[in-house]
Structure formats: structure tokens, C-alpha cells
Write a protein that binds this ligand. Sequence first.
Ligand code: AMP
Ligand code: MN
Ligand code: MN
Length: 328
Amino acid sequence: MADFRAMTAVEVIEALRQSAPTLILLHKRPDADAVGSALALRLWLEAMGSPACCICADEMPEHLAFLGAGLQESLLITAVPAGFEGARIIAVDTASPAQAGELVPELEARVSLMIDHHGTGTPFADHYILPSAAASGEIVLALIRASDVAVTPRMATLLYAAISADTGCFRYSNTTTATHLAAAFLVERGIDTAEINRQLYEAKSLSLLTAEKAGFERLHFYESGRIAILTFPYALQQQLGLKDEHLGTLVDVARCVYGVEIAAAIRETATPGVYRVSMRANVDFDVAAVAARFGGGGHTRAAGATLTADDAERAEAMILEALLQAER
Ligand code: AMP
Ligand code: MN
Ligand code: MN
């Protein structure tokens, strides 16, 4: 495998000061950290003289449309936009090639820089990865501040949403002093934090609530309730008319139950036999290490992977076995 280099913040800023058309790649099934970081990165690059455009293997989810409004409604490009033919490519919040997804395939090999905060992944370019950062947004903010470009209220809104989302509104254990200081700096830019957090946490579509309701009915408990796993068949997703973006928070259904220490949501994808697994830990347990066993990764307490299994029961048994083995 090619050897990729860890870059310093100074090197990253120097590289990005060189004006050049830039495509910013964010991971598939984009979340608010990916969207917020990528769009803020875009505004920063534009402020430094580079035309920039964000690209993703999936469309902007409906619940994050408020972040892109007026900037970029669509993230999914099926062809390289005019003017970006030879563009440099920067990946943000994307730990592994698998997370990039089935984007215009030749683009992935051309990524020249990764900016990310995942501790477990497969670097695919020279990189600036800080696993201690709660969100990629925290890293992008520090880079912008170090570059002496003014952080506009627009950038601040995007970065605050990124950081709030990956910390569960500053509740998760990845939230540090630096996270709060970053948030305080952003709040000082005059942003509407109540509205951002309402959009992120309170406004739920009926489809999302439908997914959660079906998820609660499919919960299985193991080890006296310490482990909760749910599976979601693709046929059920179709029957309920749900898009993938409505299933992204299913793991929280398993994780929120009193007494649950480790939670997993296993959803069957459109490809029969291929399952997408999300894992969360409410205690000091490394779910990224378990995800890595299936070729995935993530953070100590939040990780994901894709696996193949004969059926959902088998997929659930594989995950349970891997969790129990890791506990021993
Ligand atoms: P998810 O359960 O999909 O929300 O993912 C939980 C966390 O793990 C997120 O920070 C993801 O970016 C990360 N993650 C998911 N899949 C992978 C993967 N294949 N490689 C590395 N990190 C991943
Ligand atoms: Mn993300
Ligand atoms: Mn992230």
C-alpha cells in the first residue's frame, strides 16, 4: 500500500493558500459534521482565491438542507463540473475509501489531502488527522483561525452545526475543553445556536419517527440488557417508504435504553446479503476496534462497518460474537 504522510497544520494551510480549483469530497450518507465542515472549507478556500465545490456519493439529506441553503443544494455530482476537470481534491471527515462511496470513481485516486478526526480508518492520501478533535469541524475551524481569514457568521453556523452534531450537542465523551472553547468562539460570531440545535435535534420528519418506531419494535437484548442490537430488513424499509437517510440514527434507538452499554443497528442494504452496521458505546469500550474487524472503523464510542451475511439473524450473531469476544 502506498505510504501517505502526516502533514502539519502549517503545511496544510500553505498548501491550501495556493489557489486552484478544488473539489471537496465528503463521505456518503453525509452527516452534519461532513456537510458543515465541507461547506465551511469551501467558503475558506473561496476567501483565499480558489473556486471550490463539495461533492458526495449521496444527495444532501433533507434534514440538513438548512445548512446548504443558498450555498449548495446538491452534493451528488454525476460528472465533474465545468472548470474543475483537473481540480485538486480534498477529503473531509472521510476515514476510508469505502466511506467515500461509489462516486465518480476516478476522483478517489486523485485525493491529495485528507482532513479528518477518525482514529480508526485507512488513510488514502497525505493527511491531517486529529483523533482528539470531537468533529472535523473543530479541525477546520482551527485551520481557518490559524490562516488569519475571518470566520464569517455563515462559516460559524456551519462549523457550530458540525461540532454540535458529532458531540450529540456537547453530551458525548468526545467533548473536550477545546470543543467548548471552539463553540464559544463560534457563538461570539453571532450565530443562532438555538435554531441550529432545534434543526439538528428537535425537528424530526415523520419518516424518521416511523423508522424509530419500527426500530423499537425490533430491539433484541443480550447479556442482561447490557447489549442491544436491532436489525432492519430492506423489505421493511421499502414497505415503510423510507430512504437511507431516515435510518442513520436507528442506533440511537438501541443506545438510549436504560442499562444498555453497547448498541448496534444492522440495516440491510439494497444489495442482498450486504449489511451496514452502526455501533455505539455508552461505556469505555472500543467499538472502532470491533468495526475494524469487519473492515470498518470510526471512533472509540461510535463506529461503523459494512459486512456480508446470509441473512439478518446471521449478521446479528456475527456482531454479537465480535462484541463478546472484544469484551473478554
Ligand atoms: P455511523 O454509525 O455510520 O454513524 O458511523 C459512526 C462513526 O464511525 C462515524 O464517525 C463514521 O464516520 C465512522 N465510520 C463509519 N464507517 C466507517 C468506516 N468504514 N471506516 C472508518 N470510519 C467509519
Ligand atoms: Mn461524519
Ligand atoms: Mn465527524
